[in-house]
Design a binder for this molecule. Structure first.
Ligand code: NDP
Ligand code: 8X3
Length: 250
């Protein structure tokens, strides 16, 4: 029988690539706000596995709790929770920050992880099994100029992952924080509010990671033997040495 994996933010980038990669081995609960994309995913992946979609905003407490509550009984026993939904909004100095952008990052990147984890880990605790994979970032261990609230949100994911690992340890539940560097997805288009030129400059002269690279790491991490827990993974493009240093060809 297949285990059940829930992926937040499955409509794009890392979450979408992970859905396709896990489909042969897992039943999938796929979430996101763009319903048409969820419908397309369900149509496409249903030939490979059972798919249940949930359209909601992870930054909204009532919506998030109600979405998990609404799961039919055959979908309730979630084995793997992948807290992937998230984004950066804006890039600028602290004294010029846009409060709406900042609140969005805290609400989605931190509270989203908080709501999903609160809703789903009690079942894991009761069954004494499960795996929570949080998608953090190199930005969660290293600050960069103008990153401020995005950094803060991903530092929070780092702290939360460490704390969750302690709380869930007595129940045999694994917690992994995967921290990618630059991955070419819709991330920069969202950060720069659809400004294609600014978004493409982020990856200029270097070869960034692809969503598939991170999906493969997620798949590896969740398929280790029962006694092996990969706690923390920092993964950078070969051209990247740190959050701020990349080898860019002119
Ligand atoms: P994408 O923009 O391609 O995907 C983001 C996903 O998150 C989408 O499926 C989006 O779905 C979902 N999402 C965003 N906001 C919400 C919300 N409020 N409620 C529900 N779902 C939401 O970016 P990535 O794939 O790159 O990002 C995935 C994760 O990886 C994020 O946590 C990001 O911070 C992290 N990351 C990304 C890096 C990169 O360089 N790309 C590097 C390090 C970490 P929808 O819009 O349909 O709701
Ligand atoms: C995304 C990577 O360096 O753009 O978390 O913040 S970075």
């Amino acid at each position: 029988m297949k285990n059940i994996a829930l992926i937040t933010g499955a409509t794009s980038g890392i979450g979408k690539a992970t859905a396709y990669l896990l489909a042969p081995k897992y039943k999938l609960i796929l979430t996101g706000r763009r319903k048409e994309r969820l419908d397309e995913l369900k149509k496409d992946l249903s030939a490979t596995t059972d798919v249940h979609t949930l359209c909601f905003d992870v930054s909204k407490r009532e919506e998030s709790m109600a979405a998990i509550e609404s799961l039919p009984s055959e979908w309730k026993e979630i084995d793997v929770l992948i807290n992937n939904a998230g984004n950066a909004h804006g890039l600028g100095p602290i004294h010029e920050g846009n409060l709406d952008d900042w609140e969005a990052m805290i609400d989605i990147n931190v509270k989203g992880v908080m709501y999903m984890s609160r809703a789903i880990t009690p079942g894991m605790v009761a069954r004494k099994r499960g795996h929570v994979v949080n998608i953090g970032s190199v930005a969660g261990i290293e600050a960069y100029a103008n990153g401020n609230l995005y950094n803060a949100s991903k530092f929070a994911v780092d702290g939360l992952s460490k704390a969750m690992r302690l709380d869930l340890n007595p129940y045999g539940i694994k917690v992994t924080d995967i921290k990618p560097g630059l991955v070419e997805t819709e991330f920069s288009m969202v950060r720069f509010k659809g400004d294609e030129e600014r978004a493409s400059k982020v990856y200029e002269g270097m070869t960034p990671l692809k969503a598939q690279d991170i999906a493969e790491i997620i798949e590896f991490v969740i398929n280790r033997p029962a006694h092996v827990k990969i706690a923390d993974v920092l993964v950078l493009a070969t051209d990247q040495a740190s959050a701020t240093v990349a080898n860019r060809k002119k």
